[in-house]
Design a protein around this ligand. Sequence first.
Ligand SMILES: [Cu+2]
Length: 230
Amino acid sequence: MRFLASLLLTVAAVQAHYTFPKLVVNGKAEEKDWSVTRMTKNANSKQGVENPTSADIRCYTTQDAGSVTEVPAGATVHYISTQQINHPGPTQYYLAKVPSGSSAAKWDGSGAVWFKISTTMPFMDKNKQMTWPGQNDYITTNATIPASVPSGEYLLRVEQIALHLAMKSNGAQFYLACSQIRITGGGNGTPGPLVSLPGAYKSSDPGILVDLGKIKVEEYKPPGPAVWSG
Ligand SMILES: [Cu+2]
């Protein structure tokens, strides 16, 4: 009985976390988990990244994925989550263009190359809890690939920042994944601002070190650069 109780506790703890193994483009999901999305280090443990200045904040991965998938500019994308995304916090998407001479299947995403294409803002639910769009869903919120983004190979990065323990330093948990994509039918936009990961976030950023019980919804500021929507 004691064994069962501790087993149940372990299961409950694991269920509180999640990974994003499948990219969905215009309603069509990646065929197998981790085929264009790079398998993250927490594929089994489901533990989030807690130090936003660590190398893991970029893609949280040790290996590349097998394939690159085509994504039309203007497409709607989201990820399928392994568990319910039950923790409050923003969902953000970034893109980084693969430099010429490299490929999305190989490139590590280093340098000031990342721009943000989407974020989500909180609201108060009927129980006066700060809540984000898509909270408690089994998919991440939708983002749009800007229509004017130049065509070519990119890394697409999603993150959901769990803020339930963010009142202490490095208490926020970053759930994230990177996918290998080829954008087609793009435009002549100049995406920016460009930031590096790690580099864009500090542990003390007000969107990362924050007590959700002590701020108003309109005071919450998601970390990182402004959104580039093309
Ligand atoms: Cu959790």
